[in-house]
Design a protein around this ligand. Structure first.
Ligand SMILES: Cc1cc2nc3c(=O)[nH]c(=O)nc-3n(C[C@H](O)[C@H](O)[C@H](O)COP(=O)(O)O)c2cc1C
Length: 177
């Protein structure tokens, strides 16, 4: 199975790239690290709702294919003004069927609340899109900075692995009796 790890921050100098790379490292060979900067999505410019699946633009079709190729997703999101960033909301709004039914984990980070409010505001959007949230990991990244670089700990690695384990279990088809 392929687990897409989406870096939700697009800000120059962002921490998100390092946290996304760390998560991708925990996922291993079945991970697909997806950087929204590289996707190059403009603010939503599709004339039709994504539920139609009719996409006018090549950037949307490219984004659609990338997400459709994932069996599950992990959103790595910072907290901006008590929510998750507009870059991530925009990327979510571009698609519809590609998200549906997929298990999803949230890795949130930020200042004083460690990204808790970002996760809380993201979850209803994921549910609206028909995704299946299985867990949230809050990362107090300032406790993990060494010379300005994000360095995980054994405890944080274990929490990430637990989340990924839950995602993988949720992705397996339920055995029929
Ligand atoms: C526009 C903006 C708003 C922010 N608002 C919050 C906030 O509400 N709560 C919080 O804990 N941190 C907040 N922060 C701090 C960010 O969580 C922190 O800078 C983090 O590094 C941002 O992630 P990034 O570096 O991947 O973009 C904010 C940062 C920015 C740039």
């Amino acid at each position: 199975m392929t687990v897409g790890i989406v870096i939700g921050s697009t800000r120059p100098g962002r921490v998100g790239g390092q946290i996304g790379a760390w998560m991708a490292g925990r996922v291993g060979s079945d991970g697909d690290l997806i950087d929204l900067v590289e996707q190059g999505l403009p603010l939503l410019d599709e004339p039709e709702h994504a539920s139609t699946g009719r996409y006018a633009h090549a950037h949307t079709r490219r984004w659609s294919e990338r997400v459709a190729g994932c069996d599950a997703l992990v959103f790595v999101t910072p907290e901006y003004n008590s929510s998750f960033p507009a870059s991530l909301k925009n990327a979510l709004d571009f698609l519809y069927h590609e998200w549906r039914g997929k298990p999803v984990g949230v890795v949130a980070y930020g200042g004083i609340s460690s990204g808790g409010r970002a996760a809380q505001s993201l979850l209803p959007v994921l549910v609206h899109l028909g995704m299946v949230p299985v867990g949230t990991l809050l990362v107090r990244f300032r406790n993990h900075l060494t010379d300005g670089r994000f360095v995980s700990s054994d405890a944080l690695n274990a929490d990430a692995d637990d989340l990924l384990d839950t995602i993988r279990k949720a992705s397996k088809p339920v055995a029929r009796r």
